[in-house]
Design a protein around this ligand. Structure first.
Ligand SMILES: Nc1ncnc2c1ncn2[C@@H]1O[C@H](COP(=O)(O)OP(=O)(O)OP(=O)(O)O)[C@@H](O)[C@H]1O
Ligand SMILES: [Mg+2]
Length: 630
């Protein structure tokens, strides 16, 4: 081609010279011996030789070893064989400057004939920079490739035809789909199991937004089928002419992050809705946060509590030692648990179960205290009730055992006593008929008879007591039972100067029980009140009040006296069978145990209220029949 051009420009040498002299490439001609015949200014600049130095020199001057030594032979071989791998084919060679430095040159050489002479012309360019740029580009490209495969983010390239152009290692591993299986496939057919609706909506949104990246979270199925979450971002690739040229999608697995978010949400829900109070303080024990249960239990609002020290709740029931131990445990073990009495805003002192945990930072400094506490007032109350119940139960057990015994004793005793009684009556009659004035004898008989009566009464009591619970219960008119019972006392209260006050609301009040047994209860209680006055010496007003209070489900009968009251020490004992404080022959101590037993049979409750020195009250709570039977 060079030859052609040369011919075309023959006769226009000045034009050719201008081109050669101004060319940016080195243009060198040599003869068939290899000596330089022309060496243009660009050649002089590139190689550093002046025209004078170059002209006539062997072209091998411009070559490093081993080419330098081989070149003469090369030309000779060509001239002989006409074969060259060099001529007419642009290629890269190594060239050497005058200063000995070697560089890569691009060369295009051809042969021409000038007259009979054969000449070779070479056009050369220093391509060191280009080579370096190419190298840089190649390196950059490799760098990108390495990045693509090393990056833990999923990267998927999609071209303008919606086909997969990139699919990195993270994508392979996450979805279990290898690059070679998806490259060139349509994006929608890449086989990823994720929320496609969302993914496609995102890609079209991103195109609508003309060049802006869009992100979204979506559910996907991991290799292995586990349901997980990804955060994907789609970056559109826009050419410099503004044309949409596909997009690059990158994604991060955010399942763990989501889980911890969920956990955080859960924790805050627990905090909000827990029944236990929660206090969070800083390392200096200044309250930073409290939950709604805290406010409910203590009465302090969050606003009032925050900034304060938890000691605002101190009740004063624990001493300094207690708090010192608490702090010592927090310091040593990082936690403290126990029961503590605290004070509500309204001044009420209450028991709580408290657990405090110290939260430390990595340096081991306590940065937070978290206290969780539960108001145990209700639990304590229930415990006490349970204790009472178990006391009542053991009382009932005792009664049952004694009941068995009593029924045996009663049976045995009854017959001989009857016999004695009859004998005494007979004795009495005989004594009267024969008019024997044996007043002494009569007196003896009277005493026998009285004792027998008493023995019979004891047995009767024992019998009542041992009676099995077979006796029926039915609706009973309370007012009637009380009025019947009072009759039994006749004038004996008046004689003793005891006034009896009865307060019964108008109308019939029905309770579950049995008429005669309810009377028995009331008689026993009145008798006890009556007897209690025997022990007082002051001249206080002697009063017995019987009061009935009616409510929807229950009726409460109170028998209250103004007597000496019951000392705390014996309060628990008075229901025990045979417990009495009365002198021998006066009381058997069985009255209240019978009362207790009967009330139990009725399904009711018996309580005693008394202050030593100022009277006693027996309170009977009886159930009303279901459906309000009248
Ligand atoms: N209203 C009362 N005031 C003071 N003490 C009472 C009263 N009621 C009962 N007590 C005390 O309880 C004890 C037991 O009473 P309980 O009725 O069981 O037996 P008692 O009255 O001694 O004998 P009994 O009833 O068998 O004749 C009495 O001895 C008395 O000490
Ligand atoms: Mg009694």
């Amino acid at each position: 081609m060079a030859r052609l051009r040369y011919k075309t420009f023959r006769g226009n040498e000045s034009y050719v010279r201008a081109v050669v002299d101004n060319a940016l490439d080195a243009i060198i001609t040599i003869n068939e011996k290899g000596f330089i015949e022309s060496f243009n200014p660009a050649a002089q600049r590139i190689f550093g030789y002046s025209l004078e130095e170059a002209l006539g020199a062997n072209i091998s001057l411009l070559m490093p070893e081993p080419y330098k030594s081989q070149h003469d032979d090369y030309i000779k071989r060509y001239l002989k064989t006409g074969k060259s791998r060099f001529l007419g084919v642009p290629r890269e060679v190594l060239a050497m400057r005058k200063n000995g430095s070697v560089f890569t040159a691009g060369i295009s050489a051809s042969e021409m004939r000038v007259g009979s002479q054969r000449q070779f012309i070479g056009v050369m360019r220093d391509i060191t920079d280009r080579k370096q740029d190419e190298e840089k580009l190649r390196n950059a490209h490799m760098e990108i490739e390495r990045l693509f495969s090393a990056i833990s983010e999923i990267l998927i390239g999609v071209d303008q035809e919606q086909r997969i152009s990139r699919w990195n290692k993270a994508a392979e591993e996450t979805f279990g789909i290898s690059e070679i299986d998806v490259l060139g496939k349509l994006f929608t057919e890449c086989g990823v199991k994720w929320d496609w609706e969302k993914a496609l909506a995102l890609s079209s949104k991103c195109m609508r937004k003309s060049g802006k990246a869009c992100s979204a979270e979506l559910a996907y199925q991991k290799l292995g089928g586990e349901n997980s979450y990804l955060r994907i971002t789609i970056n559109p690739i826009i050419t410099e002419f503004g044309r949409f040229n596909g997009f690059l999608l990158h994604g991060n697995d955010i399942t763990e992050q989501k889980k911890s978010e969920d956990q955080l949400n859960l924790a805050s829900t627990v905090y909000e809705y827990a029944l236990d109070g929660i206090i969070v303080t800083d390392g200096d024990a200044v309250i930073r946060s409290v939950n709604p249960a805290f406010t409910q239990i203590t009465g302090y609002t969050a606003k009032e509590a925050i900034g304060e020290n938890p000691r605002i709740l101190k009740s004063g029931r624990q001493d300094e030692d207690f708090y010192q131990q608490m702090w010592a445990s927090l310091k040593e073990k990082g936690q403290w648990k126990g029961e503590i009495w605290n004070k509500r805003k309204n001044g009420e002192v209450y028991p709580e179960w408290l657990a405090i945990t110290a939260i430390k930072d990595i340096s081991g400094k306590t940065v937070k205290y978290i206290s969780v506490f539960r108001d145990t007032t209700e639990i304590k109350r229930a415990e006490e009730e349970l204790l009472k119940q178990s006391e009542r139960l053991s009382q009932a057990e005792k009664l049952a055992a004694i009941g068995e015994l009593a029924s045996g004793v009663a049976h045995e005793l009854n017959q001989p006593l009857n016999h004695i009684n009859i004998t005494c009556q007979l004795l009495n009659k005989i004594a009267e008929k024969k008019k024997i004035d044996k007043s002494g004898l009569l007196e003896e008989v009277r005493v026998i008879s009285e004792n027998v009566e008493r023995a019979v009464e004891i047995i009767k009591n024992l019998r009542d007591f041992s009676r099995k619970e077979s006796s029926e219960i039915y609706p009973v008119n309370v007012g009637k039972a009380i009025r019947n019972s009072i009759k039994m006392f006749g004038s004996q209260l008046k004689v003793r100067n005891i006034s009896l006050i009865v307060e019964i609301p108008p109308g019939r009040i029905m309770v579950i029980g049995a008429a005669n047994r309810l009377s028995q209860v009331i008689i026993n209680l009145i008798a006890n009140a009556r007897d209690a006055f025997d022990t007082i010496e002051d001249d206080r007003q002697k009063k017995i009040l019987i009061k009935v209070e009616d409510s929807a489900d229950e009726a409460v009968i109170t028998v209250k006296d103004s007597g000496p009251g019951i000392p705390d020490a014996i309060k628990k004992e008075i229901f025990n069978p045979f417990f009495t404080t009365k002198p021998p022959g006066k009381g058997t101590g069985i009255g209240l145990s019978i009362v207790y037993k009967i009330i139990q049979e009725f399904g009711g409750k018996l309580e005693v209220e008394s202050q030593e020195g100022s009277g006693a009250a027996m309170i009977l709570t009886l159930l009303k029949p279901p459906g309000g039977v009248q």
